[in-house]
Design a protein around this ligand. Sequence first.
Ligand code: ADP
Length: 396
Amino acid sequence: MSDNLNTIKEVVNKKFLGTDQIHNLVMDNIPAYVFWKDRESVYLGCNLNFAIAAGLTKPEEIIGKTDYDLSWTRQESDSYRTVDKKVMDSGISELDFEESQTTPSGQTKWLKTTKIPLFNSHKEVIGILGTYEEITKRKEIELELIRNAEILKKTNENLKDSNFNLEQANIDLEHFSYATYHDLQEPLKVIEGFTNLIKSKYIDQFDKDGQEYLNFITEGVNRMSKLTKGMLSYSKLDTDKGIFELADFNKIVNQVILDLKPRIEESGANITYNLPNEQIKCQSNRIGLLFSNLITNGLKFNKSNNPLITINFEEQENHWLFTLSDNGIGIEENYKDLIFRPFKRLNTRSDFPGSGIGLSICKRIVNLHQGEIWFNSSEQDGTVFHFTIKKSIVNK
Ligand code: ADP
C-alpha cells in the first residue's frame, strides 16, 4: 500500500493527472472487489483485488473469461450469471445481496454484492458492473448463530416433550396411587373388621402366640393403610401445584404443635421455636406438613428421656434458611441422599414404626418452594435438618 501511495504521490508530483491512471490507482487501492462484464457475461475487466481473488496475477488476465473458467463452483457460476441476466434484462440494479464464492484454494468465502446495469448512449444495456465486499467472518458468526438457534429450538422442543411426558407420568402416578389407595382400603377394612371381630369374640380361644399373631395382622393393616395414604399425598404434590400466599410461620408451627400435642406430651418432649415475624410467601398447608413430618421424626427417632427439638431460622439474600435440630438417635452420613427417597427406612419397623415416605414428601415440598433440604447428624448429638425456601416465589 505504501508503494502505491508513493506511486500516487509521484504521479501527482509529476502532474501526470491522466484520468486513466487515477482511475486505475483508485480501482486497485479501494478495499472492494470490482469487475465488469459484457451482455453475454464475459469479463471485460476487473480491479487487482478481484483478479487476485480469482487466482490471477493481473487484472488484464480476466478479459475474455467467463465465470466457468474461474475457481467458483458450477452452482455459484450459474447463480452469478442468473443475477447478471436479471439485471441486464430488467435494467434494474441488484443491491447488497449475499452469495458464496469458492476461492482457488477451495475455501468458501461470503460476499455482499451489488450489480448495476451498464448502458450505452442509446440507453441500451451493454453489460453489468459488479462490486462486492467480503463478509465471511460476519457470515460465519451469523451461520453459527442460526445453527445454535436451531439446536436451542430442538432442545426446547425436546424439553417440552419431556415436560409433557413427565406431567403425563405424574398424572398417571396420581391415578395409580388413587386407585391403589381406594382399591386397597376396601380389603384392608375387611381384614381389620374381621380381625377385630375375632379379637372381641374368640380371643380366649387363642393362646399367647395366637393373640400376638392377631396383633401383627392389625399392625400390618395399619401400616399398609398409611403407606397407600402416603403414596397418594406424595404423587399429589406433583400434579396439584398449589398456590403461594403470604403466611405466618409462627402460626403454622404453633398449629402443628397443637395437632401433635398428645404425642409430644406422651414423650415428654420440649419443643422451642424462633421463626420470622414477617409473613413469608409459601403454601402454608404444605409447610405445615413439612414441619409436622420433621417434628414427628425428631420425636420418633429419639431414645432420650428428655427429647428436645429446636427450630430456628436465618434470613439469607435470596432464601430463608430453617433448621430443626433434635437430640435423637442420629442418621449415618452415608444415607445423605438415600434417606429422601420414598420408602427408604434405616431402622427396623419394630423399633420405630413408619412408612418411609415422610422425608420424600418433605423434599418435594421444599423443591416446590425452590429450596434444598439436607441434614447433619451424629449419634451423640442427634440430627439437624436444614431446609431453604426461596423468598420471591411467583405463582405459575
Ligand atoms: P418414616 O419416618 O416413616 O420411617 P421418613 O421418610 O420420615 O420415614 O424417614 C426415613 C428414615 O430416615 C426413617 O425411617 C429413619 O430411619 C430416618 N430418619 C428420619 N428422620 C430422622 C431423625 N430425626 N433422626 C434419626 N433418623 C431419622
